[in-house]
Write a protein that binds this ligand. Structure first.
Ligand SMILES: [Mg+2]
Length: 248
């Protein structure tokens, strides 16, 4: 357990979040899982591939989505504009979508993390710039249930996917789902914020977390920003660290 009381701890944690924690900080602070709030990215963090990219490539009837993807990657447009535009090129029925999602694999160690956290009385959150319908269906296909999903919304009309964005932040249109707003709310006060992600939609939020597990472009981004992070390749690496912090 941390030596400081939770209320005394808050200010020191907020200071710590600017540079972040690595493993030695977590050990030094005698971090316990029940003191943490866990946020997982979904695409290419829990799922083995980037589902949105793959789905669009799979079902697009033209190539307009590629230009939008490049403009998003370069920072010229935000992800809402990108996704709305890309989905205009997609044609897929409910049946075809269901069939496609059956083929999406998730990292098998997510089960172990989910169960480890459950045992510690902690409910992890998925914060994703993908869509609730896709994530719920994929997790259900893999028998993962009872996890909070904070993502963009999607409905199907005929063969069209109609997106909406309940968590957008009008003050910043970079991301369709403002993960930073999801992290920095009242529920997060007095908690150690742990973020696990891989890419561009995780950049802002990871800067507000105390402890970040990062791979791929997120790792490069944090390295350039001088923020500490714990590198990982698969969720097996994350599980091993969390198991160590479970003090079982
Ligand atoms: Mg991702």
């Amino acid at each position: 357990m941390l030596d400081l009381s939770l209320s005394e701890k808050t200010s020191s944690l907020l200071r710590a979040s600017s540079t972040g924690w690595d493993m030695s900080d977590a050990i030094e602070q005698r971090l316990n899982l029940s003191q943490c709030r866990f946020f997982f990215d979904f695409d290419h963090t829990i799922s083995k591939i980037d589902v949105i990219d793959d789905l669009i490539e799979h079902f697009a009837v033209d190539q307009k989505w590629r230009d939008l993807e490049q403009r998003w990657q370069s920072g010229e447009i935000g992800s809402e504009e990108c996704l709305r535009g890309q989905f205009r090129s997609v044609r897929v029925t409910q049946e075809k979508l269901r069939e496609y999602l059956l083929g999406i694999a998730i990292d098998p160690d997510f089960y172990r993390i989910f169960n480890l956290l459950k045992k510690a009385g902690v409910a992890p959150l998925i914060a994703s710039d993908s869509f609730d319908l896709l994530i719920e269906t994929i997790l259900k296909n893999h028998d993962v249930q009872g996890i909070n999903i904070l993502a963009n919304s999607l409905r199907i009309e005929g063969d069209r996917l109609i997106p909406s964005f309940p968590y957008r932040n009008q003050a910043c249109l970079r991301c369709a789902n403002c993960k930073t707003s999801l992290l920095c709310n009242e529920d997060s006060l007095k908690k150690v914020l742990v973020y696990i992600g891989d890419g561009r939609s995780d950049y802002c939020a990871s800067l507000s977390a105390h402890m970040v597990f990062a791979k791929d472009s997120l790792a490069e981004y944090l390295r350039n920003k001088g923020k500490k992070f714990i590198p990982y390749e698969t969720l097996k690496d994350v599980y091993k660290v969390l198991k160590g912090l479970s003090h079982e």
